[in-house]
Design a protein around this ligand. Sequence first.
Ligand SMILES: [Zn+2]
Length: 130
Amino acid sequence: MARGRDASQARKGAVAALGKGLSRRARSRCELCAGDQDPRVIEVPPTEDEPSEDAAILACLLCRDDLDSKKLGDLGRLRFLETAIWSETPPVQVLAVRLLRRVAESEDWARETLDGLWLDEAMSARVDAS
Ligand SMILES: [Zn+2]
């Protein structure tokens, strides 16, 4: 088993290797907002030992920024979440719901959208497990 730096390098490589499959699934666009600004593979926690397409999505620069930073960017832009939370791709749905919950702290439309959302037990547990 590789450790430390080696392991993290190996993981990065494995995550990047998902790019091909994800690009096909996502038609090379951001799976959240359908934007095409520098889409890259990101993992969706909780992650398994081996990176997999079921725990990763293709996300554009803007969405990666919103997911990474404490402060959300343009809240109006995030309206795409109204449809993204119904995604049939589980990791996309998970991230969309998590992001929408953050938007709902300040935006009425986001709260209303969340009110109309129904998740089965497994999905709901997965959204909460981060
Ligand atoms: Zn995006």
